[in-house]
Structure formats: C-alpha cells, structure tokens
Design a protein around this ligand. Sequence first.
Ligand code: AMP
Length: 396
Amino acid sequence: MKTVNNFNFKDKKVLVRVDFNVPQNDELKVTDNTRISAAKPTIDKILKDGGSVILMTHLGRPKGKSSDEFSLKHILPEIENVLGKSVKFAEDCIGENTTKMASELQSGEILLLENLRFHNEEENGDKDFAEKLSKLGDAYVNDAFGTAHRKHASTAVIAKFFPLTKFFGLLMAKELEAIDKVLKTGERPITAILGGSKISSKITIIENILPAVDNLIIGGGMAFTFIKALGGHIGNSIVEEDKMPLALEILEKAKQKNVKIYLPADVIIADSFSNDAEKKEADVYHIPENWQGLDVGTRTRDIFHDVILDSKTILWNGPVGVFEMPNFSAGTESLGESIAESTKLGAFSLVGGGDSVAFVKQFGYADKVSYVSTGGGAMLESLEGLELPGVAAVNV
Ligand code: AMP
C-alpha cells in the first residue's frame, strides 16, 4: 500500500481528499470534529516534509447547487482549530480565482476548497471536472475513508491524472489495515458480533465473513428471524419471515465451515416497543404472545462474555438490543464492557458501521477498543468484500 509515508512532499502542492462531512448544529457549528482530527496526521506529514496542502471535501447533500447552508466557510474555524494553523479558503473548488490561489500557495500553507458537491460533476464522476481539480496540485492523496465507497470525481476518477504521485492518507491506511486484521491477518480465535434490527441488511456481510471467523455472535432484532426459523416462539418480536430459509442456510454453512454461531439464550421482553413498557426475562424460544424481545438477557451476556474473552480478534457491528431506550441498553453495554476487557487483555477489536459506533462514543467505550471506524457505509461495503472505488483507484 503506497501511503504518504513513502514519499517526500518537499515543495509539492498536494491535493488531499478528506472526509470533513461533519455533523453541525442549528448555527452550523461543528458538533463532532472526529473526522477533522482523523485527517490531521496526513496533513501534518505533508507540511513537515515542506509541502503545501489543498484540502478537498464535500459537506452534506447540496445536490449540485451552491448554497450558504452547505458552505465549508462554516466549518473553517473548527478546521483551523483542530489543525492549529490558519487555513486559506477558495470560494469555489475550481475556476480562475482558485487556480490563482493554488498557484500562490507556499510550502507549509493550507488551502481549503469550497464544497465539491456544489458541482454536479463531483457525484457524477465527471472526468473533465476531475481533470480541472487535478491541475491544482502536483500529487494526490486520498484520506477520505468515509467516501471511499463512492465513485466520485475527487475520490476515484482524479487518481488517474497522478499515475506516479497518488497515495493513501494515514487514516485510510489505518482503516484498511483494521479491516485486514479482522478478515485476513487476524490472530485467532476471531469473533464477529453482528446486531441491529434486520438480517436482510447484514446478509452479504455474514456470507463474506463466515470463511474468516471462528465465532459469530448474533444479537439484536435480527436474532429473532433465526430463532423463529429454528422453531422458537418469539411473540411480537421483530422478524423477517421471508428470510427464515436464508437464516437456516447460514446456520448450515457455518456448521460446514466450523464456525460456531452464538444466538441469544434468554432475552429481556417488553409488552410494547417503549422504554416505559413492562419488562421481564424470558427464554428466547418461549416468548409469550404479545411480548417482544428488546435486549439480550443476563445468561446470554455471560455466554457472549466468555466467547469474547477467549478471542484474540473481535469485530463488532450493530447493537444487541434497543440501546436507544435506557431500559433496554444493558445488554449492549455489557457487550461493550466485555469487548473493552478483552482488548485490555491484548485482543484487537474493531468497531465499525453506524449504530455501534454511535454507541461506543455515547457510552464511553471509544478509547477502550482498538479501533473505531470513521466510515459507516465504506466500512460495511469492505466487510461485504467489495473493493472500494476510492481504494482501487489509488491501488492501480
Ligand atoms: P441496524 O441499523 O440494522 O444496524 O439496526 C440498529 C437498530 O436496531 C438500533 O436502532 C436498535 O434499536 C435496533 N434493534 C436492536 N435490537 C432490537 C430488537 N430486539 N428489536 C427491535 N429493534 C432492535
């Protein structure tokens, strides 16, 4: 993998595609700067070499039209704050004025280009637009893992204009290494934990990771499709009846591949889908009529704990209960605790994709696992075994 560490950028103007698609409040102030600080090591490396940096990113979905709401000028102060340097700002990502600003950029300076998605050509992967962007710099770096699954002008198409001077940023390299550690080079036993509401959205992931893992823990709403397929009574629990044959197929495939599958043994059931619902514990195969499982039970937490503590590599995607409701978050919290403990004992743990990332941040586990992915969709597509266009373009 060719990263920025393999090159000296002295006197080079380096176009760096970052993912600064950060959350903002009503006053458009940045509420979580994780994605900005995640790109800092790459930017610092180039500046330390004596190069200059031209930052490109999108923000939100302006659908090809420039608008104040999606302007990067609102996040510029936070970028300067995180990078600890002043950053110049070009009010359009291409055009005469931007070309002039880029050409006048001195070693050690940073220029931020306005939202790439103010031009339709970005999302359309337009070659001419990519070429115009490419003319602004001498080298290209892709450090935008969060958008690596998109075949956009600045993430995939632009790379061909830099046949010899295209590199992965350090964040991108870390993300790809973390996935490899789970799927290719991980120390065994390897355990994947999948949760969330629906089996349908995780099928491709399950199929792709089965050959790589030793244990697969299945929790959350998706577990009930398996339990019902196995003949259990699941009451009103969430289920995808049409996916029941597929669930049995997965269990069979796992058996053939010697992968141990762990489904919940007991669950916390509720008489309605509400935090204030009446709740009690039940065997997962015997949930009474009109009750539904909203969290894993205490016996299950112990079983999952033992598997996780025995693992050397752990992947976690998706909550094992409705963690948004405090009365049904204990199972997911216990899981976070087990992963943290195993990590402390030397296991490598990767948390990736949507809700589990939100969970570890909200409940304070982000520093207690080995790696929290910054890219939701890109992480899920990697786990599905797809080659990300933003990665392929730099690799060729
Ligand atoms: P996903 O987006 O598919 O990863 O699913 C995440 C969502 O699954 C979260 O919002 C959880 O509240 C939800 N979830 C987890 N367990 C259950 C359950 N037992 N019943 C219903 N929803 C659940």
